[in-house]
Write a protein that binds this ligand. Sequence first.
Ligand code: CU
Length: 151
Amino acid sequence: MAQAGVALALCALLLHGVAWEARAASYTVGNSAGWDISADLQSWAAAKIFNVGDVLVFTYSKTHTLDEVDAAGFKSCSAANALLSSSDGNTTVPLTAGGDRYFICGHQMHCLGGMKLHVHVTSPAGSTPRVGVVWPALTALWLCLAAALLA
Ligand SMILES: [Cu+2]
């Protein structure tokens, strides 16, 4: 009986792992600095691969805004034609499709000072992201449960 308990505990751990792998990544922009003029946003983005299904979380103070713009607005630091404009201090942006996304602070001087973010979102050709991880993991989970029941 003790053996079965241990096996079940291992199954629970494995299940936790499956849930973790299947979950899309959530990125806090700028890490602890957040969406801020002090953050090195270029380095932050350069070290990551963004996939469809991932989420960007922008946290910022009342001195900033979050504006999503097109490539031209990004280049010129102009939020005049913003696709999205937010100032609530905590904005979650789901990356629902592949391609380029551009974000700037609506205060032009901040943007010119480097408070701008370009991310390229990768969409795996013809498949749902991470499905390749989920099925082998689920199979392992079933084997684990079977082993626990037989123990
Ligand atoms: Cu700002």
